[in-house]
Design a protein around this ligand. Structure first.
Ligand code: FAD
Length: 385
């Protein structure tokens, strides 16, 4: 079926990106993999390429667009090459929507030019050691000082993507206790400078996959956060999170579809090249059926991911629709990548083959941004159940 989401600008961007990945990422990707993170300098290159500024207004150094289509191309091209851009994905996908939605003009002037150039990398910290799915259960606190000039932040966060390199982190913290009838009340968001006294980075976590992405624990001990760095209104954090999680979940859905599509491509190539019992693996009917079934699933996931993209760009993607797209595309990717790995035999288990890395990278898609179980709860609620 003919795809209608992308125009010639997106295709031109695709060509540029593909050449950039070939020249700047593929040759050094093994080094990043071994080091457990992409180097900080790489993010300046992404800034130079204009990746961070696509959706930033021109007055702050961006291209002034308002679309997720270029991000979609990025997902497709990184997956196609079997690489990812480290923890930088959260900079645009997670952090930017909050800055655009909540920052005052003064904050935008302060934050956005450095955001666009890659000079200041951003991350988002919601999850805590004791609470992930249950966001309202967070314990990190931010108390306004008596003179009203700053908040005092105390607590800890975990699993924070980009947490090692981040220069600013959007930290979710309780500015007041939950009210009796609303557990969600009293959470606020802060753009915390990671160089602040009392802010520390704990372990860089050793993960099953996403080896080039830096995922960290963070701790805050009496960190002074100036009132100028409160994002949006005090106490409304849960509402802001609910609003922006739809775009995060679309991103995970689209990324998962792109990984599944890449897996089919890797497997098709492999079964054509690999000979067993004197014939290419592609010769067996089982191989053809497996790949055909995978392709049909990828086609369906692409249709869902594309439709969700159009709805997101039009400002119409509801939380339940985003949850549905995430649930569907990530479950498809899980099945497809597993079947494509199987067609690689033992080589599919070796990290030097992109299918092995895809398998490990993809696993987290059903967990982060809200687990599949939480997605089902959201969808069920929208059905009145
Ligand atoms: C690699 C990675 C990167 C991440 N990056 C970030 C980041 O940048 N920023 C950030 O804030 N967080 C991040 N996270 C955290 C992620 O969003 C959480 O791990 C996720 O929301 C799940 O929370 P949890 O790990 O506490 O699991 P839990 O909430 O403890 O869940 C455990 C199990 O219980 C199930 N469960 C929970 N509640 C229910 C329910 N109501 N009904 C049925 N089942 C339920 C879950 O589905 C799961 O199977 C990241 C996580 C990983 C692994």
């Amino acid at each position: 079926m003919r795809r209608t989401v992308f125009n010639e600008d997106h295709e031109a961007f695709r060509e540029t990106l593909r050449a950039f990945i070939e020249a700047e990422v593929v040759p050094v990707y093994d080094e990043w993999f071994q080091a457990g993170q992409a180097p900080r300098d790489f993010y300046y290159k992404l800034g130079e390429l204009g990746i961070f500024g696509i959706n930033v207004p021109e007055e702050f150094g961006g291209a002034g667009l308002d679309t997720h289509k270029f991000e979609a191309v990025l997902y497709e091209e990184t997956s196609r090459a079997g690489v990812n851009f480290g923890g930088s994905g959260v900079h645009v996908l997670l952090a930017l929507p909050y800055i655009k939605m909540l920052a005052t003009d003064e904050q935008k002037k302060r934050f956005l030019p450095k955001f666009v150039s890659g000079e200041e990398m951003w991350a988002l910290a919601m999850t805590e050691p004791g609470t992930g799915s249950d966001v309202a259960g967070m314990k990190t606190t931010a108390k306004l000082s008596e003179d009203g000039t700053h908040y005092v932040l105390n607590g800890s966060k975990t699993f924070i993507t980009g947490g090692v390199h981040a220069d600013r982190v959007i930290v979710c913290a309780r500015t007041s206790a939950p009210s009796e009838d609303d557990r969600r009340f009293g959470i606020s968001l802060f753009a915390v400078d990671t160089k602040s006294e009392g802010y520390s980075i704990g372990r860089k976590l050793d993960k099953l996959g996403l080896k080039t992405s830096d995922t960290a624990e963070l701790a805050f001990v009496d960190v002074k956060v100036p009132v100028e760095d409160l994002l949006g209104e005090e106490g409304k954090g849960f509402y802001y999170l609910g609003h922006n999680l739809a775009s995060e979940r679309w991103g995970i859905a689209f990324g998962a579809y792109a990984q599944a599509a890449a897996a089919v491509r890797f497997a098709q190539q492999y079964v054509t090249d690999r000979t067993v019992f004197g014939k290419p693996v592609a010769h067996f009917q089982n191989t053809k059926f497996e790949l055909a079934a995978c392709q049909a699933e990828v086609d369906a996931a692409q249709a869902v991911a594309d439709r969700a993209l159009e709805a997101l760009d039009a400002g119409e993607l509801t939380p339940a629709e985003a949850a549905s797209a995430k649930l569907f595309c990530t479950e498809v990717a899980h099945r497809v990548i597993d079947r494509c790995l199987q067609l690689h035999g033992g080589y599919g288990y070796m990290n030097e083959y992109p299918i092995a890395r895809l398998y490990a990278d993809n696993r987290v898609n059903r967990i982060y941004g809200g687990t599949s179980e939480i997605m089902k709860s959201i969808i069920a609620k929208s059905m009145g159940l």
